[in-house]
Design a binder for this molecule. Structure first.
Ligand SMILES: [Zn+2]
Length: 300
């Protein structure tokens, strides 16, 4: 394979995420798989999750609230260690998820209000330092409509296109052009499969409302071009999720719209589900990858 790299050089992957815990809930099993295969994986987190919500009443205390960013940084270290990746903070401030009708304005100085071209420089610097062959990020809808997720998509595209251009961001390191940019993607078929599997297992599905609304959403599964088997790493993913406020930390933090699964959902539903997603895009075309896995019985 001609990639321009020296033969014994490790492959490198960069996964760009909006908040602490996104790396554990989006493509984590895929990352864990590549780490175990010897790929050098760096996870870049755009914001510190400062506007997260504490969902565990036991942790809804002033000392935790005052130190929310510190708590999330600590959780992040554990999750990254479990995945076996490296980590970089881009240092932007969480925009929060505006709720209400009309939604309130975004807070001054937050990530989503930054100038895209200016903000992208921090990611260009990360790309030029890590020199990834593949970059993972969110699609143009952010995976879900959180302003920080959409901003993550925007700076990822700018950085991907600019990182190899010596004329752009000349003070952000030696140029490096990654080969591929992939978007994470939740397959619609996966939503329905999870939902139906939970009901079949006699569980209450947290996706009932989403499924009802999804009837009006466009089916984008035809964008999926690539699937990565990652079912053998679902336990690792679950461990990383729990590092962000599960039973180990006795805290549940979710600053990103309550999109983190209860661990039991991923465990109980894992067998028919065993999938995670990503979409691939470049400036010239859009490819989509999503991850699927063999049934558990065949994977051992
Ligand atoms: Zn998020």
């Amino acid at each position: 394979m001609e990639t321009g790299r020296v033969p014994d050089e490790r492959l490198r992957l960069l996964a760009v995420h909006a908040h602490p815990d996104d790396e554990a809930s989006k493509g984590a099993a895929t990352v864990a798989r590549y780490v175990r295969e010897g790929v050098d994986v760096l996870i870049a987190t755009c914001t510190g999750g400062e506007r997260g919500s504490i969902l565990n009443p036991a942790m809804d205390r002033p000392d935790v609230i005052e130190n929310l960013a510190g708590v999330r940084h600590h959780e992040m270290e554990r999750a990254i260690a479990l995945l076996g990746a490296h980590h970089a903070w881009l240092g932007f401030v969480d925009s929060g998820l505006p709720e209400g009708d009309p939604p309130p304005p975004l807070p001054d100085g937050c990530f989503a209000l930054q100038d895209v071209d200016v903000a992208a420089e921090r990611l260009v610097k990360v790309i030029r330092e890590h020199r990834p062959h593949v970059v993972l990020t969110y699609d143009e809808n952010g995976g879900y409509p959180h302003p920080d997720h959409i901003m993550t998509h925007k700076i990822s595209l700018v950085a991907f296109d600019a990182a190899g251009d010596p004329e752009r961001y000349p003070h952000a390191g030696e140029p490096w052009q990654p080969l591929k940019l992939y978007y994470h993607m939740w397959a619609r078929a996966r939503w329905f499969a999870i939902h139906e599997a939970m009901l079949a297992a006699g569980m209450e599905s947290p996706f009932t409302e989403w499924i009802e609304r999804a009837a009006d959403w466009p089916d984008r599964d035809d964008r999926i071009t690539t699937r990565v088997e990652c079912g053998d790493w679902f336990e690792t993913r679950d461990d990383a999720l729990r590092a962000h406020g599960g039973e180990r930390a006795d805290v549940r933090l979710d600053g990103v719209g309550r999109h983190t699964f209860p661990a039991r959902v991923t465990q109980v539903i894992g067998q028919p589900l065993r999938s995670a997603g990503a979409v691939h895009a470049s400036s010239a075309c859009v490819w989509i990858i999503t991850s699927t896995a063999r049934p558990r019985a065949q994977s051992r």
